[in-house]
Design a binder for this molecule. Sequence first.
Ligand code: C5P
Length: 205
Amino acid sequence: MIIAVDGPAASGKGTIARALARHYGLPHLDTGLLYRAVGVSVERAGGDPADPADALAGCDFDPALLGDPALKTESAGRAASLVSVHPPVRAALLDRQRAFAGQPGGAVLDGRDIGTVIAPQADAKLFVTASSRVRAERRFHELERMGADVPFEAVMADIIARDQRDAGRSTAPLRQADDADLLDTSDLGIDAAVQRAISLVEART
Ligand code: C5P
């Protein structure tokens, strides 16, 4: 069984994907981490994530980087969203994601284009979203817990800029697949959102 979970930043898609993977005993891939690793590796090499050649060079990142806490930062997310607009970067990461999705027992993948590009054949597709204010509040509290002192308005502006870049790019833009179920988590706690996700997957499989 392949489960595709897509949605914008801080929608809850990662939490839901991990919970589904646990529930069904499936391996999970957070595809955002791959783009974050490319972005961070470009910046560490002194390159510009917005430059296509620099971004492509970053695709040869050291796999050990995937476990680096630096990938979780806002600046890594921003670098990821800059490198991810370049079609050659998306192409370079494609096989790895498709191979993960094609494992014999199935898999759960979360990202922006899993249901539309990476695994259009997925058995269940969820498009997880929440209002931009709710997502900014979640990200703000998460940053606060990590000890970062970022003004709420800056977090909100970053969420909106990221949405625009992810939905506006020409290759594999963020959009709900025609056969995906919409899950709006604006008014749901984690447990309720996970329960709802399981019901939606059950109804499809
Ligand atoms: O999901 P996460 O916030 O870690 O993703 C970081 C960035 O990587 C996103 O804003 C998006 O630009 C890019 N991304 C993507 N396609 C994916 C996953 C992430 O373009 N499948």
